[in-house]
Design a protein around this ligand. Sequence first.
Ligand code: GLN
Length: 493
Amino acid sequence: MADLLDLNAVEAREALDKKAISAVELVTAYVGAAEATSALNNYVVLTADHALAMAADADKRIAGGTAGLLEGLPIGVKDLFCTKGVSSTACSNILKGFTPPYESTVTANLWAAGGVMLGKLNCDEFAMGSGNETSAFGPAINPWQGNDKTNLVPGGSSGGSASAVAARSALMATGTDTGGSIRQPAAFCGVVGLKPTYGRCSRWGIIAFASSLDQAGPFTRTVADNALMMTAMASHDAKDSTSTQTPLQDLMGAVGAGVKGMKIGVPREYVMDGMDNEVVRLWEQGQAWLKDAGAELVDVSLPHTKYALPTYYIIAPAEASSNLARYDGVRYGMRVEAETLDGMYEATRAAGFGDEVQRRIMIGTYVLSAGYYDAYYLKAQKVRRLIKQDFDTAFEKVDALLTPATPSAAFPVGRKIDDPVTNYLNDVFTVPANLAGLPGIAVPGGLTSDGLPLGLQVLGRPFDEASLYRVAGVIEAVAGFTQTPARMAGGTA
Ligand code: GLN
């Protein structure tokens, strides 16, 4: 079966259309791969029977000549997406037992395009984290290992998604990105992850973290696969008032279009204390690759970058504290009984939410409280505007920006989880795009001397995902990143 797992999504689609393989064979191989790599803990629910039934339907459509864009392709879904009739918990105890009677718009789009759901993937609780270590299901593990063979985090919050795509137990996966949760785990696991422009994918049916920042996006092995999945995911949705009517560009066409004549900005503020030398070297290497491919590199300044992280860690918890108020023991998931109604709320929320989620709720309610609102929340909103203006100014001169995706490679499980501030620093290169609503992609660039993947990030103008795919396509072609992780389906798990 290993050869089936070797096919990327574009190749698998061709093989399916030529009837060289069947969707049932492909999906069977992925179910087997998910079972064989269960030690990585990247699935929280495997829906094998459902997947095989969907695959059989896909084979019928292929035979009938009505195959969709993703027909027969096995896809893992971050547990933050509501999936009809299948447990959806945001990896929180408070939602254990919740089975939605509806399907999120993004996943509905994937199934309408013929995609096959393999199951639900591990993530940080309510998508709050950078290592998939706050999950009520325990940490997901990165299939890559350094020389000392320690278990490494896959990044977070979409850690299960990145781990599964890297380990070949999902051909593609959905993720969500509020402050970096697609791009950071993609970089840590050596896969491609896109956070689209805010409004590009519907948020309807996605369990909310911070509504003005959350966006869904695809995880794939290659840039072309990413453009393919993104094309199927995006849609205007009347059920999400922030979803855009702006038409989607030809993303598949952009992948091989090259960067000749493009102006690519290099923001000088993205050099930070404590950043790995190898990250700096890869970033310089990336600049050289793009220059050789015909782009013009331009030095740009984003002066408010240093305020992005504190701004994010005010706005995101503020919105989270409001969004998570609905988990009161009455409507969803778990309830802990008590003498009084208030007592029941308190006992349920104390037992149901983990430490990081409780920390965010406390920060959020504090910055929104009378007396502190102006000093924190309102100030953060003003700084957010300045960060957006920095990007607007930069995009008057350049078509895209090149930055590192993360300040370091993946770190060992347990190393940062007790030190929230160190953990928050993982997001330093990714949060500005969320604050400004811009699209960003992480693409693998190379390995550290310890054999761990590092990613480059490309940021673009709103609704210009195509430029991201042009740049990422060149990086992918030149980097020649073909290495695979130690713990992969078909190898050792
Ligand atoms: N790591 C960041 C946080 O913990 C981002 C999470 C995300 O993008 N969902 O908030």
